[in-house]
Design a protein around this ligand. Structure first.
Ligand code: SAH
Ligand code: SF4
Ligand code: F3S
Length: 482
């Protein structure tokens, strides 16, 4: 979180501090000098545009980037074509995420021809891939700054290097065990926030690139997390989303080990905090202690995201998921026994190498039995460097596409049915924004994550309001204040 440092009182001509985060605050002050110079020349401050690809972890990282840009004196813009500085925080979990970035870079190149002063930066997971950085260095020389996930805390320092030179600045690290706390953050929402509890992943699911681009699992110390939540609450936040690739293994490698369930119980005690969410849970590590902590809690939302990936035990083994179909089903039954009203959502991959029609039927079988509130379905994407990419028997594209469509239809059918089970009831809804299509409506979320639209005004935003759920429209409700 933000440190109380007056950047204008900092001596930017002195040697930069060695310690973090002091060093970054020093460079923020330096960037601010550059911005003042820009302002003198142009009569306005420079505009910065941030684009985030990928998961909640990246969204949270972008809030940190924006916090630093704000401290440096940049003005935010939503219009890329007005920007003096553009930064893309990239994702590489599936190939189409990469393609979108290359597509957008073509557009940025055309903007740069019109505005040669435009500076372009790329960071995030894609930048941790050597072949990507090589390609950028060779064919995308108009990019000014490239850095990775491990040194994102150095953004102020790198920004300063970019501002004071004309050459392409490239700095990516292989891994780090460093967690730098207390950097500034510019939150997208005033009333809810993500909170990182851990970084990286040790699971090495055979299809997944995340462990390679995010590095080994590192947990933040519980005191740092709780202190951050307290500060957020003091600043108006009522809902936090605890973030990690596998929150169920949180705390295992800390000097003083602690379980995720214990962390939840501590967070529960923070006064003023109303809702706690978390993401993501790996089924293999989900403990009875966690289920009990959820059941006992008044703040932890009745929702668990429990990625299945495949319903076939044979494929699950090839995926290195370390649970079987039966274990997964038993787990969901246990969760529902202890917390009957819980929403369960999932991620499923179709077309993993070697997946047969029988394997796929097993996936459909799990979907029918668990009856997910919703599911993200993905076509398997080959990621260079992962064990699955080297597997023979990749499934033909047309077969995968047909299976994908069948799965999606089933998932949606069930989801529509399951989602409507609250019709006629009154539920608490956190009002999140004025509806973009109809300004007389406000859109909010129930604790199970379902969306609700109801007549309201901007004054409702950030409040938890009892709403009568009048009708279910498939994946959302229309309601009225109770
Ligand atoms: N740590 C989380 C997932 C992070 S990635 C977990 O283990 O649940 C989010 C989702 O992307 C995964 O759950 C998986 O369904 C999907 N995914 C990851 N790698 C993929 C690949 N190579 N092809 C298709 N989908 C993939
Ligand atoms: Fe990827 Fe598996 Fe780690 Fe999730 S748990 S990030 S799917 S390797
Ligand atoms: Fe993508 Fe990186 Fe998240 S690869 S899904 S942005 S951890």
């Amino acid at each position: 979180m933000y440190q109380e440092i007056d950047l204008d009182k900092m001596d930017v001509n002195a040697e930069p501090p060695i310690e973090e985060p002091d060093r970054q605050y020093y460079f923020m002050a330096k960037c601010r000098e550059w911005v003042r110079e820009f302002e003198r020349k142009n009569g306005r401050r420079p505009f910065a545009f941030t684009q985030t690809f990928g998961c909640q972890m990246n969204a949270r990282d972008s809030e940190k980037l924006e916090g630093i840009l704000e401290q440096a004196g940049y003005e935010k813009t939503d219009r890329e074509e007005d920007a003096d500085f553009v930064i893309y925080n990239t994702c590489t979990v599936r190939e189409n995420a990469n393609q979108r970035v290359y597509g957008r870079l073509g557009y940025l190149h055309s903007l740069k021809k019109k505005n040669p002063g435009l500076k372009i930066a790329l960071c995030g997971c894609m930048m941790q891939e050597k072949q990507v950085v090589d390609k950028l260095k060779k064919s995308y020389r108009f990019v000014n700054l490239v850095f990775g996930t491990h040194n994102i805390f150095q953004f102020a320092e790198l920004l300063n290097r970019m501002q004071s030179g004309d050459h392409m600045v490239v700095d990516t690290w292989e891994d780090t065990d460093q967690i730098v706390e207390k950097l500034p953050v510019d939150r997208k929402y005033s009333f809810k926030s993500g909170v990182n509890i851990m970084f990286g992943c040790n699971n090495f699911c055979s299809y997944c690139i995340v462990p390679y681009v995010r590095g080994r699992e590192k947990s933040r110390r519980p005191e740092e997390i709780l202190e951050e939540i307290r500060r957020l609450v003091a600043d108006g936040v009522v809902e936090v989303m605890l973030l990690g690739q596998n929150v169920n293994s949180y705390g295992k490698n800390l000097e003083e080990p602690i379980t995720f369930a214990r962390l939840l119980r501590k967070a529960e005690q923070i006064e003023g905090l109303k809702r706690i969410r978390f993401m993501t849970s790996h089924p293999k590590d989900l403990s009875d202690e966690l289920i009990q902590a959820m059941a006992d809690s008044k703040k932890v939302c009745r929702h668990i995201h429990l990625p299945l990936q495949s319903g076939s035990s044979r494929i699950l083994q090839a995926m290195n998921r370390r649970y079987t179909k039966e274990q997964y089903l038993a787990l969901t039954e246990k969760i529902r026994r202890v917390i009957p009203d819980i929403s369960i959502t999932t991620d499923i991959i179709v077309g993993f190498p070697g997946e047969t029609e029988e394997d796929f039927e097993e996936t459909l079988d799990v979907v029918r039995r668990v009856r997910y509130d919703s599911a993200f379905t993905f076509i398997y994407s080959k990621r260079t460097g992962t064990p699955a990419a080297a597997m023979e028997n990749q499934v033909p594209e047309d077969v995968v596409k047909k299976r994908f469509d069948r799965l999606l239809a089933l998932v949606q059918d069930i989801s529509r049915d399951v989602s409507s089970r609250y019709t006629g009831q009154t539920k608490e809804v956190l009002a999140e924004e004025v509806n973009s299509q109809d300004a007389a409506l406000v859109t909010g979320r129930m604790d199970n994550n379902l969306l609700v639209h109801f007549p309201g005004t901007a004054a409702d935003i950030g409040k938890i309001i009892p709403i009568h759920l009048d009708t279910c429209k498939g994946f959302y409700y229309m309601g009225t204040k109770a």
